[in-house]
Design a protein around this ligand. Structure first.
Ligand code: GLV
Ligand code: MN
Ligand code: MN
Length: 412
């Protein structure tokens, strides 16, 4: 068998992605497959069925991570791994995460049908709750696996309806017996859509990020005083939503005020009692700060907290701040990043060295094993939206890069 000439089956990869896109399909062409919902379960069941069809050894751990293992000639050697996530954002796209699970599955199918043996075992993985949208924070399952997060803390996280992560994991039947715990890994590659505009702008097909920005998440709780909006004079009000509005603009202005490389966003808000004729007395909103420079992001948070406290005082709205989650920026393994670029080059795909602004399980994997990612272009730079799209040709190209990166690492 001419290993160099080996290619994945692009049609089959497309079919798998289209089959998965039916699970949780939204009317406007996207996918809503929130973590630990019935849709997540249905997609997991299909994934497990596909793993078994090609004789992979399937393991489910007590965080619901699904591993499909293909033995190596020297089966005791640390494996190479590749995976991503099956869950999606609310009204999310058809490629975020799932491409990074179907890609390595397609690699496994290709190796299987060609009877190709590798020196090391290869493992494909679906990590539970990468998005952190239903249960904050994100990437919790790779976080527990890497030893960075405590499993009981994760089990107790609640969604906005008060349902607990641990209960929901059990409900869908994916709380496995095997303890979620790291093992030695020779190399980890995560295949993903770029989720930004750079590759399209540069006219490049394959992105090789040097790493991922730090992610800092905060939850802000404000209290005000509810009252009838008509008879209550404007002076002396304690309007929690107005306090939040001022704070949200501070977040939006933060990157410009601080300079340097940073983005800051408020994406979620709950206002109570949320009636047009009651002054709001309770607000919760989230803050997301990302930068390549962890210290810069922390300095920004210091400044923001001071602004928040001043606004809260001026508006007479007590504030409670929760520092929910922090992941340091992740500089990937330089040798593996270069391998992604070299492999793209060898296959005739123009590659591009860049950074990832989106968070990925690769952040936590990078704390355990040499890690790199493979990006393909997002049309119009749109992601976490229903119109999220990537051409089938690019999906195929990225999976071929993954195939040869995995083969290379699995045979060294
Ligand atoms: C993960 O999807 C992120 O928030 O970047
Ligand atoms: Mn993703
Ligand atoms: Mn995402």
């Amino acid at each position: 068998m001419d290993i160099k000439g080996l290619r994945i089956n692009g049609k089959r990869l497309r079919q798998s992605l289209e089959d998965m896109a039916k699970i949780g399909a939204t009317p406007d062409g996207g996918v809503q497959r929130l973590t630990l919902t019935d849709e997540d379960k249905t997609a997991r069941d299909l994934f497990v069925q596909w793993l078994k069809e090609i004789d992979l050894d399937v393991t489910i751990d007590n965080m619901g991570n699904i591993f499909g293992r293909r033995p190596g000639i020297h089966d005791g050697l640390p494996p190479v791994m590749s995976g991503s996530h099956i869950d999606s954002q609310p009204k999310g796209g058809r490629f975020d995460g799932i491409l990074g699970v179907m890609g390595p599955l397609e690699v496994m199918r290709t190796l299987h049908e060609n009877n190709i043996e590798t020196e090391r075992p290869i493992i494909v993985v679906d990590w539970t709750n990468e998005e952190g949208s239903r249960f904050a924070p994100a990437m919790v399952a790779s976080g527990v696996w890497a030893g960075a997060l405590d499993i009981d803390w994760v089990y107790q996280r609640t969604d906005i309806h008060g349902k607990q992560f641990g209960d929901e994991l059990e409900r869908i039947g994916y709380k496995g017996e095997v303890p979620c715990h790291k093992w030695p890994v020779h190399a980890y590659y995560e295949y993903h859509i770029e989720q930004g505009p750079i590759l399209e702008m540069e006219g490049k097909r394959i992105g090789a990020p040097k790493g991922i920005l730090c992610l800092h998440w905060y939850d802000i709780y404000l209290e005000g005083e509810a009252n009838q909006v008509g008879p209550t004079p404007m002076e002396g009000r304690h309007d929690a939503l107005c306090a939040a509005a001022e704070m949200i603009l501070k977040v939006n202005q933060l990157p410009e005020a601080m300079g340097g490389n940073m983005v800051a966003t408020v994406g979620e808000i709950q206002n109570y009692p949320n009636s047009r004729n009651i002054i709001p007395d309770r607000v919760h909103f989230t803050v997301d700060i990302r930068s390549w420079d962890d210290t810069h992001a922390l300095d920004a948070w210091e400044r923001l907290q001071n602004d928040f406290k001043t606004i809260a005082r001026q508006r007479g709205c007590p504030i409670r701040i929760e520092e929910t989650w922090r992941v340091e920026h992740s500089p990937f393994d330089e040798k593996l990043v270069q391998r992604v670029l070299d492999t793209a080059d060898a296959l005739g795909y123009p590659g591009h060295y860049m950074v990832s602004g989106a968070g990925h399980d690769a952040s936590y994997m990078n704390q355990v094993a040499p890690t790199a990612m493979i990006f393909v272009p997002s049309i119009g730079g749109r992601s976490h939206v229903e119109v999220e799209n990537t051409t089938w040709e690019d999906c195929e190209a990225g999976a071929n890069v993954l195939l040869h990166c995995l083969l290379n690492s699995a045979n060294e």
